[in-house]
Design a protein around this ligand. Structure first.
Ligand code: HEM
Ligand code: SF4
Length: 613
């Protein structure tokens, strides 16, 4: 993984020291709340529904076990509200549960880190007076929250299998790192019209949702075999879901910073600042179309010809940065690995269904045939998607140290991947992961869902996401059923800001507010652009909104419809999304609406009986 330099270390430590000084001046009354606010925000310290929220960047998703242990320490020692604050928050949540007709549940857990879809980690309860101590701890392992908030270029994300994927054209991590260095504290891009998110993939399959980003970069080769980038601009979700437009089919890799400079400069100049809801680059690209592309090309030509191409990357610089991504020296006895793999597969097929399922869902091939990438599932009953307790963070660190050269990757789907697992260690790792509760073989299945924090934590929410995630998880615990349903992307957002990527879910759930109550819209047929999902596209809304209590039954009705339709076509192997595309949305829509009708009829009959007693 990336070896941080002395410069990186000093940079992050100085920022932590600077922040401590700002915090202390605020505490002493020398800075007003308004003056302190932008200072804390630019270090990732928000204030949310009940308490401060810290967002920490994990560049291109790479974490060392040492960093995981620091996150565990933060979860254990700092992510703790005082009892009165927690009790107040819990009673407000209980009231919402009662209004929604669902059983009160303790979801306002403290002592956890939350992995997001953009390879960040969030904490929800750290008191601000502890924030400088937390910044120091993070800096001790080269971590920080710089540019995890505000209208600047955010954390550069990538494929969780970057550098190890079998379908990779080139390792995107050195480019991510070069873009990270260019975009960090870039003076021209500190106050863009709105936040700006870049994702890079070097593989054929898009595992980084690049089409849904402000800028998506795909490593490609041209006819001459040279490496470069396809450049996509203007993707995004929110109230106007837009798939990014390809504005360059091939850009030589050496010019990527000069080109990005042009892309962001034109956005900075032309992007709307009068209306926050129209300020993202997707609106500009949609409105201006070819005029935007022409302006970027003109700006790029200007940067190359008149400004002297200041950001051209030399081969020596690429080599220097690439050398910082040292692959671990893993000794693998090839002969023993081969025979062990054969043994593993035999054992899986014959003896242990669970192990077989784990191999199938949680273990992915690797560039190095002796190795595998193993996903640790953070989707389990009783825990919100992406949440990790202090103990779990430590257990993940231990597994990384024992089986993956001390490295993990954060995935877009809110899990962790061990990228360097020897084939012959798979059975042992499986037992250890199972003991720690990470071996649920549900990767890419229904319960491997994405969810944003929603109304349990987020001040912008219309409705809570986590009780919905929890009710669906509870309903689909049977592994036979889950595997029979096959691969399905379920994505949940608590409001139209779309942090839970509901637009790209095969099934999307969106929290909406009606008369101050929590309701949910369901969308069908969305795609993030992965191999399973096909062409990226936003889902289509299924009828009017549903109550929280209705949602699990609606999901059940949708999945039953899928099974019926699949049965009729005679193929058990057809995935949910393939069936949906084959038969269209109508039968699903009808099933969802009749599930709601049945429930409402049953509820009103129960109500009548109650009142007639
Ligand atoms: C609780 C604190 C959070 C707040 C206040 C927040 C706020 C927002 C807002 C306001 C936007 C829309 C920006 C715009 O379109 O102009 C947004 C977008 C986004 N957020 Fe969050 N967010 C939070 C947590 C999260 C989490 C936990 C995740 C991941 C699980 C996440 C992932 C995203 C993503 C991927 C987008 C981009 C959607 C797009 O393409 O337009 N956010 N967030
Ligand atoms: S989608 Fe809405 S509710 Fe969910 S985290 Fe984003 S802003 Fe908050």
């Amino acid at each position: 993984m990336y070896q941080y330099t002395d410069f990186d270390r000093q940079f992050v430590q100085l920022r932590a020291a600077q922040y401590r000084d700002q915090l202390e001046r605020w505490q002493a009354g020398k800075l007003s709340d308004d003056e302190f606010r932008p200072l804390r925000l630019q270090n990732g310290w928000y204030v949310q529904r009940y308490a401060p929220m810290l967002r920490i960047a994990v560049p291109y998703g790479e974490l060392s076990s040492a960093q995981l242990r620091v996150l565990a320490c933060i979860a254990r020692d700092y992510d703790a509200p005082d009892a009165a604050l927690l009790a107040d928050a819990q009673s407000r949540q209980d009231a919402l549960d009662t209004a929604a007709g669902s059983a009160p549940a303790a979801r306002l857990v403290k002592g956890v880190g939350h992995f997001t879809t953009r390879q960040n980690v969030q904490f929800n309860w750290i008191p601000l007076d502890k924030s400088a101590d937390v910044m120091d701890l993070l800096a001790s392992v080269n971590m920080h929250g710089i540019q995890t908030s505000g209208n600047c270029i955010r954390n550069i994300t990538s494929d969780e299998r970057a550098g190890i994927a079998v379908d990779e054209i080139a390792d995107p991590r050195p480019f991510c790192e070069i873009i990270r260095q260019w975009s960090t504290l870039h003076p021209e891009f500190a106050f863009l019209p709105r936040k700006f998110k870049i994702a890079v993939t070097g593989a054929l399959e898009d595992r980084a949702a690049t089409h849904w980003h402000d800028v998506g970069l795909h490593v490609v080769k041209n006819d001459a075999g040279e490496t470069g980038f396809r450049v996509l601009v203007g993707g995004g979700m929110g109230r106007t879901p837009v798939i990014a437009t390809t504005i360059r089919d091939f850009l030589p890799w050496a010019e990527i910073l000069n080109y990005l400079e042009a892309v962001v400069r034109v956005y900075n100049r032309w992007g709307r600042r009068d209306n926050m809801y129209k300020a993202r680059i997707k609106i500009l690209v949609k409105a201006e179309g070819q005029r935007y592309i022409d302006e970027v090309e003109a700006e790029y030509a200007q940067i190359l010809e008149h400004d002297g191409a200041p950001h051209t990357i030399t081969q020596a610089e690429l080599d220097r940065v690439s050398a910082s991504f040292v692959p671990p020296a893993l000794q693998c006895d090839r002969k023993s690995a081969d025979s062990k793999i054969a043994h593993i597969l035999r054992a899986a097929a014959e003896d242990d269904v669970e192990f077989g399922r784990w191999l199938q869902q949680n273990v992915a091939p690797h560039k190095n045939p002796d190795l595998r990438a193993v996903t640790l599932s953070f989707k389990r009953l009783g825990q919100s998607p992406g949440d990790a307790t202090a103990d779990q963070l430590e257990q993940a660190a231990e597994l990384a140290e024992q089986y993956s050269a001390g490295e993990v990757r954060v995935t877009h789907d809110q899990n962790l991947v061990l990228p360097w697992v020897r084939c012959d260690a798979l059975p042992e790792l499986w037992r250890a992961a199972r003991k720690a509760g990470f071996a649920r073989p549900n990767i890419r299945l229904l319960t491997d869902m994405i969810a944003c924090p929603g109304g349990d934590f987020c001040a912008l929410a219309n409705a809570r996401s986590l009780p919905i995630a929890s009710a669906i998880t509870a309903r689909y615990q049977d592994l036979d059923e889950l595997h029979d349903l096959g691969e399905i992307d379920l994505h949940i957002s608590g409001c139209i800001n779309s942090c839970g990527h509901h637009h790209s879910g095969h099934i999307g759930i969106l929290g909406v507010d009606k008369d101050g109550k929590e309701w949910y819209q369901v969308t069908l047929g969305g795609s993030d652009g992965s191999a399973l999902s096909g062409e990226p596209v936003p889902g289509k809304v299924v009828g009017p909104s549903f109550s929280a209590a209705e949602v699990p039954e609606v999901i059940e009705a949708l999945l039953d419809t899928y099974r019926q339709q699949r049965q009729q076509s005679g193929g058990r192997s057809e995935t949910f999304i393939a069936t949906l595309r084959r038969v269209g949305i109508e039968p699903f829509k009808t099933a969802a609406n009749s599930a709601r009708l049945e429930r409402r009829t049953a509820a009103s009959e129960a109500d009548r009986e109650e009142h007639s007693l």
